[in-house]
Design a protein around this ligand. Structure first.
Ligand code: N7H
Length: 522
């Protein structure tokens, strides 16, 4: 929403938004694969010349933004479809160095990317006890010993096509005579949950509803009005769907103008050039393998709701900011509303400060409020430069992510009223693209962890917040309740144990097709 406190009019007409290089940008960055079946392969380079040869052969199979967009418009017109098994690729900083990518060019500014995820794990609040499952020494991929050079994402509409594509690709890597010059160190399938849980994550909540509306034209000369995110809100020309603020593409892809944190959200900032010239049309990819202890979360919801004498569905909705259906609590404060959840012209159309300044409906620590505070203001931010010490909508738009996650593992039999502790391995393959890991993924995770933001009693995000105290996993957050007579009161809710546990991950860079050809495979 346009910021009323900032009167400057520096918006450019939509027709002047930059043309996006759809044949260069990988398709999972924008518009996103959004496929039901996915497979992640993690590789370590062992022989550089063989690897470069293999990479050269792989490039024609890397799916571009143009291919995904073509597929989508065919789907809309119900025409026969292109084969829809797609593949994208990302490189760690160590891999880019091995490939000699930086010779004669500038390094990336982003310290997080240069260090790699496991070196940042403690600052992100991950467990510091080496005995703990979430400590990087115990990760299945990533960590000092198991850091991957490459992530390959393969995605398909059918499990059969996916398995065939994965087998074909693996055969090229393992081929006799050096093959891909790389070892597969880990692989991880992911899939949309079956039946009525489709589109939901393992705790039971619908996911993938709110995404930034990326600005930019995808049209050919003859159709000048083709935008990646068409305007669908007659009340606000700076939004895509109602409630979906348009964000300049430089926040997610290098080489384009990003947001200006000091100007109204619609004003473009400077072109993001925080890396080598070949970073253009590429993006950083954060991967976290997050195991979910569904029984523990459900038990927490059940016991807390009983103690507070409130409906456990409502308490869960307060933890997330949305009901399990996906309906936002700001628009459905007392009861779930499946019709609202399904209507994507309404299910994101709300603000926090304007609609719920005191956190009476959605706690300040609620997951979607912590991870995207929208128009929330007056938080004392920690770790930001002094000129950005207050939160406002313009600053918040510089902390956005393109989320591309997918669940892994079998669905749980657990229910909030009957928690099941089966110890099975299931969770979320969290994948997110951005142009600054420090300012986007890491900022959001730290915001979720910091109990003193917004006001001193905001508390931890009950989904992903981690304790900042060494050797303690205890967290708490403040919730406002209302009894049947309408009387309101706020009290802290305590969380003794983690239910989202990091079990692997890495920081990668997803380059353009040109960079793959001319810099990395050369
Ligand atoms: Fe979250 N969950 O089930 O509760 N997330 N998330 N997330 N998340 C969102 O709006 C979840 C994680 C964001 O724009 C929804 O699309 C779970 C990490 C952001 O309004 C649900 C895990 C980070 C948004 C969940 C997890 C984020 C978001 C609502 C881990 C970043 C968009 C559906 C297992 C550090 C907010 C929707 C907006 C939404 C859940 C992880 C960030 C249901 C279970 C690690 C930015």
């Amino acid at each position: 929403m346009a910021d009323k406190n900032m009167s400057e009019d520096c918006a450019v007409p939509r027709k002047d938004e930059p043309r996006l290089a759809t044949n260069q940008i990988q398709g999972n960055i924008m518009p996103g694969f959004n496929k039901d079946f996915q497979w992640l392969l993690f590789l370590k380079i062992v022989h550089l010349p063989s690897f470069k040869r293999w990479l050269r052969n792989l490039i024609p199979s890397v799916t571009t933004m143009a291919q995904v967009l073509d597929f989508r418009s065919q789907l809309k017109r119900s025409e026969s479809q292109l084969p829809a098994t797609w593949m994208n690729i990302g490189f760690s900083y160590a891999a880019l160095k091995q490939l000699n990518a930086f010779a004669g060019d500038k390094d990336f500014d982003d310290e997080a990317f240069r260090q790699g995820l496991w070196q940042r794990s403690e600052a992100l609040g991950d467990p510091t006890n080496p005995e703990s499952e979430g400590h990087p020494e115990n990760w299945l991929v990533g960590g000092e010993q198991k850091e991957a050079h490459l992530i390959i994402i393969i995605a398909s509409d059918s499990q059969q096509d996916l398995s065939a594509a994965v087998a074909r690709l693996k055969a090229t890597i393992d081929a006799p005579g050096g093959g891909g010059g790389a070892l597969i160190i880990f692989e991880q399938p992911g899939a949309v949950l079956p039946g009525p849980l489709a589109g939901h994550e393992h705790f039971g909540f619908r996911d993938g509803i709110s995404q930034p509306g990326v600005r930019g034209r995808i049209s050919k000369e003859e159709e000048p009005d083709g935008f990646l995110t068409p305007g669908q809100n007659p009340r606000d020309k700076h939004q895509g769907k109602p409630g979906q603020d348009l964000v300049w593409p430089g926040e997610f892809v290098f080489g384009y103008r990003g947001q200006d944190a000091k100007k109204p959200v619609e004003c473009p900032g400077t072109t993001v050039e925080a890396g080598p010239s070949w970073a253009k049309n590429g993006s950083f990819l954060v991967f976290r393998r997050l195991r979910q202890d569904v029984g523990a979360f459900h038990q927490f919801l059940h016991e807390t709701a009983q103690r507070l004498n409130m409906d456990s569905g409502l308490f869960g909705a307060k933890c997330v900011g949305r009901w399990t259906s996906g309906a936002p609590i700001l628009k459905a404060p007392d009861l779930d509303n499946a019709g609202l959840a399904k209507d994507d012209l309404r299910n994101n159309d709300f603000e926090f400060d304007a609609d719920d300044a005191k956190g009476q409906m959605c706690p300040f620590a609620g997951h979607i409020r912590k991870t995207y505070p929208r128009d929330d203001v007056k938080c004392a931010e920690v770790g930001l430069p002094s000129d950005q010490q207050t939160l406002n909508e313009s600053i918040t738009q510089t902390h956005r992510l393109l989320r591309r996650g997918i669940p892994y593992g079998e669905p749980s039999r657990s229910a909030v009223h009957a928690p099941v502790h089966d110890g099975d391995d299931r969770g979320l393959l969290f994948l997110a693209y951005q142009t600054s890991i420090v300012k986007q993924f890491e900022f959001i995770q730290k915001f979720a962890n910091n109990p003193d933001l917004k006001d001193a009693r905001t508390g931890h995000d009950p989904i992903i917040g981690q304790s900042l105290e060494k050797n303690s996993r205890k967290r708490e957050f403040a919730v406002t309740f209302k009894d049947y007579e309408g009387k309101e009161w706020t009290e802290p809710v305590h969380m003794e144990k983690d239910w989202v546990i990091p079990t692997g991950g890495g920081y990668f860079f997803a380059p353009s097709i040109k960079t793959l050809k001319e810099t990395l495979a050369k």
